[in-house]
Design a protein around this ligand. Sequence first.
Ligand code: ADP
Ligand code: MG
Length: 255
Amino acid sequence: AGGQPEVLQASGVLMQFGGLKALNNVDLTVRRGTIHGLIGPNGSGKSTMMNVLTGIYVPTAGAISFGGRSLVGRTSSDIALSGIARTFQNVQLFGEMTAQQNVQVGLHHTFRSNLFDVAVHTPRYKRESAAAANRALGLLKFVGLEAFAAEEARNLPYGKQRLLEIARALALDPQLLLLDEPAAGLTAPDIKELIAIIRKIREHGVTVILIEHHMDVVMSMCDTVSVLDFGQKIAEGEPAAVQADAKVIEAYLGG
Ligand code: ADP
Ligand code: MG
């Protein structure tokens, strides 16, 4: 993995909330085609890093480039359209919409219909809607949810809701997918299914940044792991080496 070109590079990222440095001079290089783990105790800055990478927060200082372009100061939707998709630590679905509709929401960027097309349901709009419906079904199938297509998202079991979020993120056809604790609250069989899906996503050429606190998941899946503690990167490398690192053990025991 070390030889792969980098898809994302962050350097010197500082994210200050008042007096708190949620991220303090963090460097991160993510190589194409890898699953890159981001771990650390609660409150160490993992979700903040994701929020900075996806334009939800503008870093106080630092540089971030994706595919050679700077991301700093760009809007979340611009960043999403440029190829970075994500899921959130807490499920964020449209509960009263069906599973399929939730995925189709993620596909609107592919539409070329203008307001007129939409308003009077021109052939172009109908064609695009039909294509989006098909693609949404394909994505549901990819994550094993085709049987739930017509079900309201809020009625899906929790583990399936998390997979639905992943399907919706994939609708953006991302180069880079950020997953914030996708296994949190899942049962062991659900976690196995999730792992298989994340591997399949990577096989399709999508690079993944995975925030995860289940160590077995991190260790079995990630090519590289970066460890945050109090907003600073304290270790990085292959999973086995990181797990044996004295600073990492101390951070987890101390926290
Ligand atoms: P993690 O995801 O590693 O558990 P977070 O990135 O959520 O940690 O939080 C890192 C630190 O930043 C915490 O101390 C948290 O309270 C703080 N923090 C995160 N977001 C904000 C915010 N919007 N305003 C103030 N403090 C925040
Ligand atoms: Mg978090």
